[in-house]
Design a protein around this ligand. Structure first.
Ligand SMILES: [Zn+2]
Length: 431
């Protein structure tokens, strides 16, 4: 019976514990497992911030805690960061994280994945992320030159072209905007046949890996296109100089900057500009982030968004609550300490008062004692303590002495007289 009761008790203790473990287990693995795609707009909606607030929050996080020093650091990539850093010691660590987050460490066409953010204007297409051949764009419009771009990009492109005209720049030639998958297949194959694989791979993107599929890219020239050489000279034009200064205000960025050819794996294309949205382009300009992969790996990658979402919605409030609780406890402790000090002061004061009262009492008793002693002394001392008393006592003594003396005199004289009389009587008789 005892054994049975012990069994029941142990089961009752283990079951809730098992419940906790079972509850925690899937949550822990869910965080480590591949997360579903999270888009930047959905993420911003959820954390109730705009892009600028989100970026500001990221730099705030890096100041709050050592563990969030690089908020875009993904635990699952840590060994890849290390390897990439060792292979590229000249690249700052924050860039290493961003590049690895977008798979640049695998090299071009090595770890190809379909892009998941195809609907976003921030979509990343490069030699890692491909656009599937089946993807179709439904919001394409003419930018006024017979070239098609996605509606939002087209609107901004029109504004930008108007601004260029307003600033008195030379005529702008659009050579390419949206390009269908099949067009890229034809172009790439032609290049392969004409120039061979090495040149084709260097100068042309494989089908699915051209940004022109997105309807967000535009190739611009200052003269009608003639040769590749002439395209390269676009960077010497006033239009290019203007774009470098102004394009971000219309949401456009230079997609393949010269200094990063080894990183992005494309040749420098001064003519190729890409619409990423005004917020993103301005943020990049302000932060002086030149390479889109750099920005994307820090602030747009779905895994980073998941991590930051977790921090902002759960970990940070929990940390703030814990800190508040700690502050509250510290305040309580301080209050208790002050009360204890106050109580100690009160007790010390009471003790002091008691001590003074005791001293006072002692003094009073001593005085009484002294008084009594003096009184006793006064009682036992002969009352000849001063001349007046002495004289007062002397008077009767003198009087008595005088009386005795007088009496003796009288008596003596009487005796004498008596003797005289007797003598006289005797003499009389003798005669
Ligand atoms: Zn282009």
């Amino acid at each position: 019976m005892k054994k049975f009761i012990a069994f029941i008790i142990s089961i009752n203790m283990i079951l809730p514990l098992a419940g906790v473990v079972c509850f925690l287990q899937p949550a822990a693995t869910a965080i480590e497992a591949e997360m579903p795609y999270l888009s930047l707009p959905d993420f911003l909606d959820e954390i109730e911030m705009d892009l600028n607030e989100y970026i500001a929050k990221m730099s705030e996080l890096s100041e709050i805690s050592e563990q969030w020093l690089y908020p875009y650091f993904l635990e699952k990539n840590s060994s890849r960061y290390e390897a990439y850093q060792q292979a590229n010691p000249g690249i700052p660590y924050e860039n290493v994280i961003a590049y690895v987050n977008v798979g640049l460490d695998f090299g071009p066409y090595s770890d190809i994945k379909d892009a998941l953010d195809l609907a976003e204007v921030t979509v990343l297409i490069n030699k890692t992320f491909a656009m599937p051949s089946t993807w179709t764009i439904s919001d394409m419009v003419d930018i006024g030159t017979g070239h098609l771009m996605r509606a939002e990009a087209a609107e901004q492109m029109k504004l930008m072209m108007a601004a260029m005209t307003g600033d008195g720049l030379g005529r702008l030639y659009i050579t390419s905007t949206h390009r269908f998958y099949q067009s890229q297949v034809t172009m790439f194959n032609n290049a392969l046949n004409t120039w061979g694989r090495e040149v084709a791979e260097k100068d042309w993107a494989r089908p699915g890996h051209s940004e022109h599929h997105t309807g967000l890219s535009v190739d611009m020239l200052h003269k009608p296109y003639e040769t590749n050489m002439q395209s390269a000279r676009f960077q010497e034009s006033d239009i290019y100089a203007w774009l470098i200064q102004e394009a971000h205000n219309y949401g456009f960025i230079l997609r393949y900057p010269e200094a990063y050819q080894d990183i992005h794996g494309y040749i420098f294309e001064p003519w190729h500009w890409r619409y990423v949205g005004v917020d993103v382009a301005c943020a990049m300009h302000e932060m002086e982030i030149v390479l889109y992969e750099d920005f994307y790996g820090r602030y747009i990658t779905s895994d980073v968004l998941h991590k930051v979402r977790e921090i902002l919605l759960f970990e940070l409030p929990f940390m703030i609550a814990a800190e508040e609780e700690e502050r509250r406890l510290a305040a309580e402790e301080e209050e208790r300490r002050l009360l204890a000090e106050e109580e100690e002061r009160r007790l010390t004061e009471e003790e002091e008062e008691r001590r003074l009262l005791a001293e006072e009492e002692e003094r009073r008793l001593k005085a009484e004692e002294e008084e009594r002693r003096r009184a006793a002394e006064e009682e036992w001392t002969p009352p000849v303590t001063n001349n007046a008393t002495f004289i007062l006592y002397l008077i009767p003594v003198v009087l008595i002495a005088a009386i005795i003396f007088t009496a003796k005199k009288i008596n003596d004289s009487f005796i004498r007289d008596t003797r005289k009389d007797r003598l006289h009587e005797f003499l009389e008789k003798k005669k």
